[in-house]
Every structure is written in C-alpha cells, then in structure tokens.
Design a protein around this ligand. Structure first.
Ligand code: CAO
Length: 434
C-alpha cells in the first residue's frame, strides 16, 4: 500500500501573502524527513519548510515568485513504506492492488490551482512543521542555514542580517563566529551574555580614552577569577593601639629623611605568622581541582596603585626579613611600579596578596583573590573608636581588615580562625616573636 501525502503551507500567523523564494524539489526526487523542500518569505521572516515525511516527490505545485497563503498546496509525496504503514488515511494502492482509491497519476491536481485535499482529516495531511509564528523564524536561506549548522551556529542567535529585509547572509554567520571567538574568551564558556553596546550621544558629550595595557590585562584576570572562584569576604576589626604606639616610637627614633615604617609592615608579618599556622592559606588548588599544592615559602604580593593601573610586586621570603628590610624592599618596588619599571619576575611567585587602601580611607571592601592564590587581605583606614573593656568605653585605634578567600579551599570557620590569629598578632605584636 502506498500513501500520498500533501504538503501544504501551515499556519504562519495571519499572513495573507507569502512569497515563494526557492523551490528545492522536483517530481521524482527522493525527499528525507526534515529535508527542506522550499523557502518562503513574509515581510518579517524567511522560513525553510522541512518535510515531515520521507518519500518520493510526486508533484510540485509552486515555483519561485508565486504567492501562497496558509493551506496552499506545495507538493505531494509518495511516502516510504514505513511511513505508509503508520499512515491511517489517504492510502493509494500500489499497482498490485485492485482497489484503487486515488489514481495518482491521472488525478494529480493542476499545479496552478491546487485542489483542496481529498482527505480533510488532519492526520491525512503532512503539513510542514515550521513554527506557529513566522516572526520567530530566522531570516536565512537554506544554504546559509546549512553553513551555520556546519559551524555549529544557531542562526536564531544572529539577531539581524545584513541582507535585504534583514536577511542573514554567510558573512553574518562568519562575523558572528568571529565575535564569539574574540569576546567569548571570558563570557562564552560560562554562557554569560555580553553587555550590549550603548550609544551615549543622545545624553551628552563623550570622549574615548583607550585603557592602558595593565588595566586591560588586570580586567581580564579579575573577570576570570570572578567567574571561576566562589569568593567569600570576611570582615574583622583589629585593635592596633599598642602596635601604633610602638610604630610611632620606632619612627621617632629615625633620623630625618630615613625611611618611615608604616603599619603595613606589621600587617605583612602578622599575615605570614597566620599562614604558618594555617597552611591552607599558603596553597594553590591544582588545575584539575583534585588536590592542594602547599607552599613551603612565604612570598607576599602587595597591590600598588600606579598611574597606569594596579600592579602587584612580590616581597619574597617575608618570614626571613625584619620590619626595616620589608619597608625598604616595598619602598623600592612600589617606586619601580609607579615608574613602570617592574620586571615580570618582580611580580611572580606570590603566595597571598595584601591590598591596602588604608592610606586613602574606607571602612571595608571586598578585594578579589589574585588566583592561583587562595586568599587576599584587604586593609582600610584605622580609626579611633570607643571600645567597651568590661568597665568602661575606652578610645582604641581599630583597623578594619577584609579577608576574601576561595571557598573551594577555605571553609568559613577556617577563614574566621585565620582572621582571629591575625587579630591576635596585630593586637599584641610580641606574639610575632613566639
Ligand atoms: N589606616 C590609617 N592610616 C594608614 C593606613 C591605615 N590602614 N595605611 C596607611 N596609612 C597611612 C600611612 O601611615 C601613611 O601615613 P603618613 O603619611 O602619616 O606616614 C599614609 O597613610 C600613606 O601610606 P602609604 O600608602 O604611602 O604606605 P603603605 O605602606 O600603607 O602602603 C602601598 C603602600 C604601596 C600599598 C600604597 O601606597 C598603595 O599603593 N596602596 C593602594 C593599593 C591599591 O590600590 N589597592 C586596591 C586594590 S583593589 O583595586
């Protein structure tokens, strides 16, 4: 038994006239399921009509340039045996059958005026599965769609084409791929949509200023970290009244012009003492995320603000250096940084970073980990505060600290214990000698 199936224009959403752009079949052609048989075009979109039946084209009723509408007959297909078996209606007997229902060859409808289907039941008509709204279809020819498919591009993601009526051309597909490859380094892996470009001119005058190379590289690195690491920031306040008294006494002993000690040197020492106590903070996660690489050296990166952007020179073997040596080394490296003279080696090998904004101000912030390190310490401005000592409020100099850590490596409790240790060291710097 053979089944004759009619391919008709489906409901494309109240469009009176649809242009036939391309006809891709002719009588006698074998047609596969989902194979495009024609391209139609409305004012708003172009649509490929995939065949929902596999078989042999028996008759074609349209040609390019024709105008059709919903229900117009496109072609008739003699369905293959498997489909014929599944098709309950509109059966056409094979030559061996005696009971002729529809003599296909004789009764084929005239191409110019497609007949109403002999079998009105929906199951008898293999209408093309386009979509229920032409507006949602991408405006591209079958060859462009094929090209896009070969490159793994979903054409519906290309919003408008550069062809007539916004038709998507091969070049649009190529440009789309180029855009994804250049912008996608950061965003596409995570499937994050990019921020759309905005024309600011309606709002006022603007000026374009190129970002420095340092800013561009820092930006890429920070975005990568932000997207890859689950970051937690923990805030703490540390009483540095005694430490500050000692620091002032030290500086008072210095001759005029001699390098002064800032509180940062004590923070560096306290940080390393806490890292020795909590080795997970002096570590990096292996690339496969399966193990922790514990470091036996203590190098601290210091974020330095320069006219060209942020750079992070590294102070090496901090555990073996005293406060004066650290002050001298940081002064030299931050000067080099501001003059743009740091060498790559000056910025490598850090174990943990300190970002100190204390000289500027602030009460708290959330620094971003300098991966592959697992934590960073933020510092903002110390200020006198009334602190309850059990009997009375006393004025104490309180230093706000912010610890951001990679939660894959550091647990919340571990982070809090680490900061409690830093607090203890800075609260009583004699403990650094223990
Ligand atoms: N609270 C109060 N005062 C502070 C302080 C704090 N937490 N930290 C520093 N100060 C004081 C210093 O004692 C110094 O005072 P005097 O002028 O009276 O001596 C003054 O602020 C300036 O200090 P400094 O910034 O020159 O020195 P530092 O050792 O504290 O910091 C450095 C050195 C290189 C870290 C710093 O100059 C710098 O560049 N900071 C910016 C880092 C940055 O941009 N981080 C952001 C990264 S995230 O985008």
């Amino acid at each position: 038994m053979t089944v004759l199936i009619e391919i008709k224009v489906p409901d494309v959403g109240n469009v009176a006239e649809i242009d036939v752009v391309e006809v891709l079949i002719q009588p006698g052609d074998a047609v596969a399921l989902e194979q495009t048989v024609a391209t139609l075009e409305t004012d708003k979109a172009s649509m490929d009509l995939p065949s929902s039946v596999a078989g042999t084209i028996q008759q074609v009723y349209i040609k390019p340039g024709d105008k059709v509408s919903e229900g117009s007959l496109i072609a008739t297909v003699l369905a293959n045996d498997e489909q014929a078996a599944a098709e309950p209606v509109k059966q056409v007997p094979s030559p061996a059958d005696t009971q002729v229902i529809t003599p296909i060859a004789d009764k084929a409808p005239e191409p110019v005026s497609p007949p109403v289907t002999a079998s009105p039941e929906p199951a008898a008509t293999a209408e093309l599965q386009v979509t229920d709204s032409a507006v949602r279809l991408a405006h591209a020819s079958p060859s462009v769609r094929l090209f896009a498919r070969e490159l793994g591009v979903d054409v519906t993601k290309i919003k408008t084409g550069s062809g007539r009526k916004g038709r998507i051309l091969k070049d649009d597909v190529k440009n789309f791929v180029k855009k994804v490859m250049t912008e996608g380094i950061v965003a596409v892996g995570a499937g994050i949509p990019s921020i759309p470009a905005v024309d600011f001119s309606p709002f006022g005058e603007t000026e374009i200023q190129k970002l420095s190379k340092i800013k561009r590289l820092t930006g890429q690195n920070l975005s990568r970290v932000w997207l890859n690491l689950p970051l937690v920031t923990y805030h703490e306040e540390v009483d540095i009244t005694d430490m500050e008294a000692f620091r002032n006494a030290l500086n008072a002993e210095k001759a005029k012009g001699e390098l002064k000690i800032t509180g940062l040197m004590f923070i560096i020492k306290a940080l390393v003492a806490a890292m020795q106590q909590f080795p997970n903070f002096n570590a990096s996660l292996s690339a496969d995320g399966e193990s922790l690489i514990l470091k036996k050296y203590f190098n601290i990166g210091i974020a330095v603000d320069t006219p060209n952007g942020l750079v992070v020179p590294v102070l090496r073997n901090v555990n073996n250096k005293n406060i004066n040596e650290l002050a001298f080394e940081l002064a030299g490296k931050s000067e080099k940084a501001r003059l743009g003279k740091l060498l790559p080696g000056d910025m490598q090998g850090g174990c943990m970073t300190i970002s100190s904004l204390g000289g500027i101000g602030g009460t708290a912030f959330t620094p971003i980990v300098n991966a592959p390190e697992v934590a960073i310490l933020g510092v903002t401005r110390a200020k006198m505060q009334p602190v309850w000592n059990g009997k009375e409020f006393v004025p104490r100099l309180m230093l706000p600290l912010d610890l951001t850590y990679d939660h894959r490596v550091i647990d919340g409790a571990e982070g809090a214990r680490f900061m409690a240790a830093v607090k203890q060291y800075l609260g009583d710097i004699r403990r650094l000698l223990l």
